[in-house]
Ligand binder design. Sequence first.
Ligand code: ZN
Ligand code: ZN
Length: 169
Amino acid sequence: MKKTLIIPFKTIDKEIINHLGKKITEILGYKVVVNKEQISIPSSRKIGLQLFAEDLFPTLRGELMKTDADAVLGIIDKDLYAENFNFIFGLAYSDCSLISLHRLISEDKELFYTRAVKEAIHELGHLAGLGHCPNISCVMHFSNGLGDTDIKNETFCTKCDKRFRSRGR
Ligand SMILES: [Zn+2]
Ligand SMILES: [Zn+2]
């Protein structure tokens, strides 16, 4: 069973971290460990208040290397952007992934949490080798905006699930 390290960047609510951990285990079957401390956000390229996501990856990888986990999921409340994208909900490559809660927030806590779960499972799906899925209700469907996120499920479609089970674990 794979082990995922969750790294919260200052200052993420413990309750949502625990919820994400529980869901990652439930949906992907991964063990989850949470970094003991919330780590500070390294300096990065910026546009206004948005951070260039890739610049946070060396920090994530550095933390991952200190542990025996197989992959890392960073969680940040700042808005992120990337090459060719005005904003991103998350990013993943190699053994590191990162999601931003910034655009997922809602007064409806259940909605906020389920959005975060979808983005986390989506990025970890990428780390397991899955690409984007044309099925709009599959968690691996690409989200252009919150509308797409809200339509999709927290879980893989049958095809992606099969792919995940054959190569993901
Ligand atoms: Zn994606
Ligand atoms: Zn799918």
